[in-house]
Design a protein around this ligand. Structure first.
Ligand SMILES: Nc1nc2c(ncn2[C@@H]2O[C@H](COP(=O)(O)OP(=O)(O)O)[C@@H](O)[C@H]2O)c(=O)[nH]1
Ligand SMILES: [Mg+2]
Length: 336
């Protein structure tokens, strides 16, 4: 194990900090109560305020896990890779949390779309915890829920968190950027997949995975991606690496995990780790603040006569909406 990369850990829970001052629910989480964790995650997803209280308590206990994002188009084999990585990580003695941000990921036995892969899971295995998250709901936003579920899994004692998302636009890019190592998964015939990744995932890949390398064209695809990677500016000495895998054989899984560890090592020995953590904290604060402002707007400003007057003025064309919104902004500041 290289210096600075967390783990491998034993399957035993790490020595815990004193829990006497924690609330009962927070204590259940840090002591490894899976049912309590499941319930709290549901509270987080529903945006219940009780969850917020526990999240506050647990923040200082989180932040140490290696968070790995797997993103890319539907059907490229992300869930299959998660399966294979899990086997490897269990062999390393890691405790792994898996989050699939995908309504149709059948972790919980939901409908299986087409021939998509079901993650093998053993509910009694204490070293693994799965959660699939619906892409709808989430009053505070899907990205915020993801951050909070990661926080809970870390406090629960997971040292590795795998986050699977489907490459589809801005929300996916946002969730993907929560991870410290970001994999983008593709398959040998890259044409269409590369097009669908124009949303920006491509720029935030630390590792490109050419999965289904048992199919023809994998070498070619890997070469093309390596050439692209060579054009990028190295960050802390790291240029995106390209790894070929096949979950059928399986092959390339160990190499893939080694690339993750090498990337974490590069992050830790350079300036990027702090930069990424700062970017993540900045995004989270912004998202919480915007939610708070939105709440004040709906609950405190919109019911006031001042707001109604501004709206009427726009309707009567005695004010334009731009001027009215400036005035509304000043009114809102008074509400905050
Ligand atoms: N030939 C081949 N098929 C694979 C490989 N990995 C996954 N698949 C298949 O690709 C399909 C989609 O896999 P899945 O893991 O659900 O993809 P996801 O949508 O990206 O999570 C399934 O039928 C898998 O059996 C691979 O390495 N080689
Ligand atoms: Mg999947």
């Amino acid at each position: 194990m290289k210096k600075g990369v967390p783990g491998p850990r034993s399957r035993e829970r790490p020595p815990s900090r004193p829990t006497a001052r924690l609330s009962p629910v927070a204590r259940q989480i840090v002591s490894g109560d899976r049912r309590a964790l499941g319930r709290l995650i549901s509270d987080v997803e529903a945006g219940r305020t009780e969850a917020r209280t526990v999240l506050k308590e647990l923040h200082s206990r989180a932040g140490k896990a290696l968070v790995v994002g797997l993103s890319g188009p539907l059907g490229v084999g992300k869930s299959s890779l998660v399966n294979r990585l899990l086997q490897h990580l269990k062999g390393l003695g890691r405790r792994v949390g898996v989050i699939a941000v995908d309504p149709s990921s059948p972790f919980s036995g939901g409908a299986v779309l087409g021939d998509r892969v079901r993650i093998d899971r053993d509910p009694s295995d204490p070293s693994v915890f799965f959660r699939s998250m619906a892409s709808r709901g989430h009053p505070g936003g899907l990205s915020q829920s993801t951050r909070e579920v990661i926080r809970l899994l870390e406090a629960f004692g997971m040292d590795t968190i795998l986050v699977e998302t489907v490459g589809s636009g801005q929300v996916d890019v946002e969730i993907h950027s929560i991870a410290s190592t970001r994999m983008v998964v593709l398959v040998p015939h890259l044409g269409d997949e590369v097009q669908t990744l124009k949303a920006g995932l491509f720029e935030i890949a630390d590792i490109f995975v050419v999965n289904k390398s048992d199919l023809p064209g994998a070498d070619r695809a890997a070469r093309d991606l390596s050439e692209l990677a060579q054009l990028s500016t190295p960050v802390d000495g790291w240029r995106p690496q390209v790894v070929q895998t096949s979950t059928l054989a399986p092959s390339g899984i160990v190499e893939l995990w080694n690339a993750v560890e090498a990337h974490e090592q590069a992050l830790r020995s350079g300036t990027q780790l702090r930069a990424r953590l700062t970017e993540r904290a900045d995004q989270e604060l912004r998202s919480l603040l915007l939610a708070r402002v939105q709440e004040s707007l709906d609950q405190e400003l919109r019911p006031t006569p001042g707001w109604e007057t501004l709206v009427s003025a726009v309707v009567d064309r005695t004010s334009d909406p731009y001027t009215a919104s400036e005035k509304a902004y000043r009114l809102l500041l008074r509400c905050l």
